[in-house]
Design a protein around this ligand. Sequence first.
Ligand SMILES: *Cc1c(COP(=O)(O)O)cnc(C)c1O
Length: 410
Amino acid sequence: MKLPIYMDYHATTPLDPRVLGAMTPYFTQKFGNAASKSHSFGWEAEAAVTKARGQIAAILGTSSQEIIFTSGATESNNLALQGVWEAHGKKGAHLITCVTEHKAILDVCKELEKKGAQVTYLSVDSQGRIDREAFKSVLTDRTILVSLMAANNEIGTIHPLEEIGSITRERGILFHTDAAQALGKIPLDMERMKIDLLSASGHKICGPKGVGVLYVRSQNPRLKPLIWGGGHERGLRSGTLNVPGVVGMGEACRIAAEEGEAESDRLRTLRDRLYTELKKGLEDVLLNGPSLNDRLAQNLNLSFPFVKAEALMMAMKEVAVSSGSACTSASPHPSHVIKALGRSDDEVHSSIRFGLGRFTSEDEVDYVAKRVVELVKKIRGASPAYQMVKEVSSREPSREPLIKSLGRAK
Ligand SMILES: *Cc1c(COP(=O)(O)O)cnc(C)c1O
């Protein structure tokens, strides 16, 4: 086993060597522009793009012409929401999303509000789930788009896409889903789930950074592009295609389609092992988000009351995890997702996200479990507040809940 250990697969993933192998020729020998129609260099590049489009369409259960290449899920989300708004929106038109969405949805919604959109941000329960009745009750005649992520990047909550899709389709409302964390991990089927628009990203699935897709249903919706010029990608996204990136995304999808299910099974076992070991070694471990069976197999998100995540991560520099206190975005705000579950500020600041993936081994899991137990004990051992609370609860077991209410991350 080698250090440092990478356990932050929700932030990004290493490129699978098979993906690199597929991409390599397209940097040097096969460098053609996929839009060059007049020579073999262009045809070769175009054939590679066609193959990749097919591989991506296959994992989504759809057809190649519905796949639009972008620079990543952030751009795909922007194109979906802004594109629908520019084509269909007018002052007062209504959009529905959720408070636990990625900033690449929430920030776009804030912009659309400035342009006159009315946006409903659905709240969630302690497991990150929306309430179905509450969802139905906010739909109106003016609702043009529902955007709900397939799986959450911090706590792994999976939204009921099929149910949402059948409600939106029945009412003629467009349904977009940000599937950056879901692709290759849970089944996605555009027909069965009645999805009109779907965002995904290469670098979350052991593919390259800087490439993503937007699935756009072919009959509907009409979108207005964000980027003009050249008319590539059905006119929805102009610009010379990133051929190596596209090839890499295609190969990453091929691998995910073939191996994703077995990989999720393997990672579920490892993730459960990590949780079991931590619970065995430590008192007062809070699980943030849904039960282990109801979330992405790759995800574990825990708060260790009385332990600041920053302090734990500083003491454990040989392990890459992330924290709700300093999230993955460029801005260091405490996690809006963990907060939305009803956790206190202190609990948010003591939250750690473990993200497992393709190259995570059992040895790594055991190492991480051992280190976290060791360090959490040490940090708590030096915390007078923790000592006091434990003493009170040992004298008066009925006051055990104190530990929760006093769960201050010192
Ligand atoms: C990573 C991520 C994004 C952003 O994807 P990029 O390709 O990095 O732009 C958007 N949404 C979710 C849920 C993500 O996990």
